[in-house]
Design a protein around this ligand. Structure first.
Ligand SMILES: CSC[C@@H](O)[C@@H](O)C(=O)COP(=O)(O)O
Length: 356
């Protein structure tokens, strides 16, 4: 598969029946190499999530759902329902340990557990098939949610606008067209000329490696900038809107996303530029009152000191590497969901949109 294919490749696909396997793009290799990996054990799915071979909140949720189906394959044919349920608990608990911030992971695992509880009368084989159906439904619904987010968000972009984004909230991060990028794809499909500015997104460069790759494939003009250029690009009036994705949104609208998003939101505020978050309802965690309660993943120091093949700091340098930060609701102009646009971002409006 060439890196300039006109048809966007699928982030993941399931092969076969309950004894099948999950094929995913290895996102750590892009844009240098397009390679798919086959996950045939739950440990391989866990590793793919942990190492960011599959990443982005909705995609993590979809991969984990299929990971559960794979994890149940090790049960002997003779296993009774009690043994099946115990293994299901073990597998979902294991996958839940892969990454802490994106709530879509826990949302998908909870959904499979709830499905099993609802169909307690099914045999292990029937239940296994039912859980595969549920995993496929999660993937299909995610694709539909991306399309709806695109439709709702496109109205916020006008012809000729510059739009800044951070990290990758595109097709690679979901089962569909993405969240923030779905808005841009939809606006472009309506014939609006937009110019995207992609932050490179240190330390793992999801913006430079993935967002530019996706936008180029889809023919949407994109300019790559270093993270520390965002303020100047705004000052120069090159961007009229910012759109990012989210990994977890609390009931009051505080939104966690890739580290650096908070700074971009502050910069947008300072320059009077609207700051939009695009996310499906599976990214909302209404059990959390505010962003203070969102768990922030801490990642290895080597991602900063030895990220891409060579040392960029002296050996032994002390490093702080939070993978996410939280943009408080007051900095967010609106949240674009598959159900509509939340504006202003208040707890009442969030609950009305997500629960309604
Ligand atoms: C539609 S994806 C939204 C977010 O998940 C995305 O912006 C992000 O922060 C991803 O972080 P990552 O560490 O690459 O999984």
């Amino acid at each position: 598969m060439s890196a300039t294919s006109a048809v966007p490749p699928k982030t993941m696909r399931w092969n076969g029946d309950t004894s099948g396997w999950l094929t995913m793009i290895d996102q750590t290799l892009l844009p240098v190499e397009f390679k798919e990996i086959d996950c045939r054990t739950v440990e391989q799915v866990w590793e793919a999530i942990k190492k960011l071979r599959v990443r982005g909140a909705p995609a993590i949720g979809c991969a984990a759902a299929y990971g559960v189906v794979i994890g149940l394959q090790t049960l002997p044919k003779t296993a009774d329902r009690k043994t099946f349920d115990a293994r299901l608990k073990e597998v979902t608990g294991y996958l839940a340990e892969s990454r802490p911030t994106a709530v879509n992971l826990f949302w998908a695992l909870d959904r499979l557990n709830a499905t099993a509880a609802r169909f307690a009368q099914l045999s292990p084989q029937e239940m296994h098939a039912r859980l595969l159906e549920e995993a496929k439904a999660i993937e299909t619904e995610d694709r539909e949610m991306c399309a709806a987010i695109g439709r709702h968000g496109a109205a916020l972009l006008a012809d000729g606008m510059g739009v800044l984004t951070h990290c990758n909230a595109g097709g690679l991060a979901t089962a569909g067209d993405g969240t923030a990028l779905a808005v841009m794809f939809a606006a472009a499909a309506e014939g609006k000329q937009i110019q995207v500015y992609a932050d490179e997104t240190r330390p793992l460069l999801q913006g430079a490696r993935l967002t530019t790759w996706e936008l180029q494939q889809r023919g949407v003009p994109v300019t790559l900038i270093c993270d520390n250029m965002a303020g100047w690009v705004m000052k120069e009036k090159r961007v009229q809107a910012v759109i990012t994705g989210a990994d977890r949104i609390a009931a009051n609208g505080d939104s966690a996303n890739k580290i650096g998003t908070y700074s971009v939101a502050l910069l947008a505020k300072a320059h009077g530029i609207p700051f939009y978050v695009a996310a499906p309802s599976s990214t909302f965690d209404l059990t959390l009152k505010s962003g203070e309660d969102i768990p922030i993943e801490q990642r290895a120091a080597e991602e900063i000191t030895n990220g891409f093949g060579r040392a960029t700091a002296p050996e032994g340098t002390q490093v702080y590497n939070p993978a996410f930060d939280v943009a408080p609701a007051e900095l967010i102009t609106a949240i674009i969901t598959e159900k509509g646009v939340i504006r202003p971002v208040t707890e009442a409006n969030v609950r009305k949109m997500v629960e309604g």
